[in-house]
Write a protein that binds this ligand. Structure first.
Ligand SMILES: O=C(O)[C@H](O)[C@@H](O)[C@H](O)[C@H](O)COP(=O)(O)O
Length: 248
């Protein structure tokens, strides 16, 4: 995997959220259809930005065109909550996509919500290693074909929040963490797992994120998303309000 990072990543700018969402759905469909030598693995983000995308994927014409049986769905991070909790990312994905598209149940991999957050992280890491078929990442063999990430206005991504110990995790693939402001303990992919992505998209919308996008593009170390690097393909998909003036 080569050295593209969030600062040098290409930026695709769209007039509004709807255009960005449709572009992303079309591109994701193309990637999924092109992958025929094995499963197409995705790590999906929580938050509000991608929700229209998930709904769109479960609607025509996409729902009839995605190769669902060849797709494996993972969650990039979640709040450590019951899956039917209103703030569960898996619960949101279940409502918007997994319950509305013909995806085999065995192809959907929620982060466990039982036991402790630490146990859930270890269990998810073991699942990812079983899927990958090895305990260590191999050069040029990604874990995820597609990794969809959002960006918080503090520069967090997944559940990698500023100043948290998980930012220093160099070997574990999954970790529990307690965000500084959010009320819930979380379980998240770590940088090593995020970097094991063939295509990584930072999907960001709205004027409220413009400053954070600008900071990450300038590799501001206070923003965890600034440290994403090392992949074949990292790109920004932004609507105009989230796009810094220096990029337009
Ligand atoms: O669990 C989560 O909430 C996400 O993993 C988180 O990283 C999200 O992507 C950003 O906070 C942006 O959220 P919005 O899309 O709601 O702005």
């Amino acid at each position: 995997m080569s050295g593209h990072d969030t600062a040098s990543a290409p930026v695709e700018i769209f007039k509004n959220a709807s255009e960005a969402t449709h572009h992303l759905a079309d591109w994701l469909l193309k990637l999924a259809l092109e992958k025929t030598d094995g499963p197409f693995s995705l790590a999906l983000s929580g938050g509000s930005t991608p929700q229209p995308l998930y709904s769109l994927m479960a609607s025509e014409p996409y729902v009839s065109r995605f190769p669902w049986a060849r797709m494996q769905f993972f969650i990039g991070d979640d709040r450590f909550l019951p899956h039917d909790h209103q703030d569960s990312n898996y619960g949101m994905l279940q409502r918007l996509l997994f319950s509305r598209a013909p995806i085999p149940a065995d192809n959907i991999h929620p982060i466990p919500a039982t036991g402790t957050a630490e146990e859930a992280a270890k269990s998810y890491e073991a699942l990812l290693k079983r899927f990958y078929g090895a305990d260590q990442f191999e050069k040029d063999r990604p874990l995820f074909d597609f990794n969809l990430l959002g960006l918080g206005d503090d520069g967090h991504t997944a559940s990698l929040f500023p100043g948290q110990p998980v930012l220093n995790e160099k070997t574990a693939w999954v970790s529990s963490c307690v965000p500084p402001v959010a009320p819930y303990t979380r379980v998240t992919l770590t940088y090593p797992a995020i970097h094991a992505s063939r295509h990584l998209v930072l999907f960001v919308e709205g004027a409220g994120k413009k400053e954070a996008v600008k900071k990450v593009m300038s590799k501001d170390p206070s923003c965890p998303a600034s440290a994403i690097t090392g992949m074949d393909d990292v790109r920004w998909i932004l609507d105009e309000p989230a796009t810094p003036d220096c990029v337009k």
